[in-house]
Design a protein around this ligand. Sequence first.
Ligand SMILES: *Cc1c(COP(=O)(O)O)cnc(C)c1O
Length: 344
Amino acid sequence: MNQENSIVTRLDLCRRIESLPRVNIGHYPTPLEPCPRLSKALGGPKIYIKREDCSGVAFGGNKIRQLIFTIGEAMYQGADTIVHGATAQSNHCRQAAAVAAQLGLKCYLRLSRNHKSLVQGNLLLDHLTGANVELVDAPFGPELDVVKYAVADQLRADGLRPYVIAAPRSTALAAVAFSWCMAEIHQQQQEMGIEADLIYAGSAGGTQAGLILGSKALGMKLQSVGVSPIYWEDKIDRIQQAANSAAELLKLDIQIDGNEINNTDAYIGQAYGVLTPECIQALKIVAQMEGVFLDPVYTSKAFAGLIDHIRKGQISSDQTVIFLHTGGTPALFAYNQELTDVSI
Ligand SMILES: *Cc1c(COP(=O)(O)O)cnc(C)c1O
């Protein structure tokens, strides 16, 4: 395939994205902010933060952009009820519950019980939206999807029209959403007169898929570095499939190869959702240098990866890095114990 011929203009990419069913929610574009104090403290590259945590609904986060398309599809199909589920402190479920409330849809959440099932943070917010919330013993993954589809069957029998948010569809639509985020960055860079080299994001799925796809579609030099929050053996396949499904949905003449996906497991630590000393350090330095709060599960580990790459000299001081703040900050309140134990 001729690489050059597959590149599209920003306007063209945005038109393709806008042709898919969407709902009008959130505050976009999200800001792209310089972080001079943070850049100086780390003695490395120029750092900018793309503030998806400021996406405007229910404390923000990357899932609002994704829900524009998933709930867009649900409403296009005539759904009156959203069924979703993930882990107890799921940011995605909190954002889905809030968007459902905003749009007058019913919402059913089935959440996998874990060490963070306390009614704090995201789980507290889920309850406040009026969603039907149940903690279940099925682990996050295919087993939980079975529970979600069973709930949908029951709701259908009761005369409702449920839409289940689940992979792989939801991941492909996330990739569409983050190719659009890349188009925003393309425009913001032009306006600010910068051209970043790298974009860091805590992702093992649709977010990174969309960043890679968007950058390639627009012929940008911006390379995506994914820092995984979770050990998933098939993550490269998931990211690749999401990117290629999104390319198909957008009728782009682009294929993403597995070897174009740079995603590391090196900063997860013991497990998903378990803090590491490095992620606590990252959380504090960003709060203290810029007054920006990272989250304990995704962005703090991703930022720990960025700090480590700077320290190891993998990024030079004349380079420019964008850090994608994917949100998740309400989860901080479910981690108050761990975060206050480490001499504040
Ligand atoms: C869901 C989530 C991510 C990861 O998104 P992917 O689906 O893996 O792309 C990153 N950060 C936060 C805060 C999230 O809620």
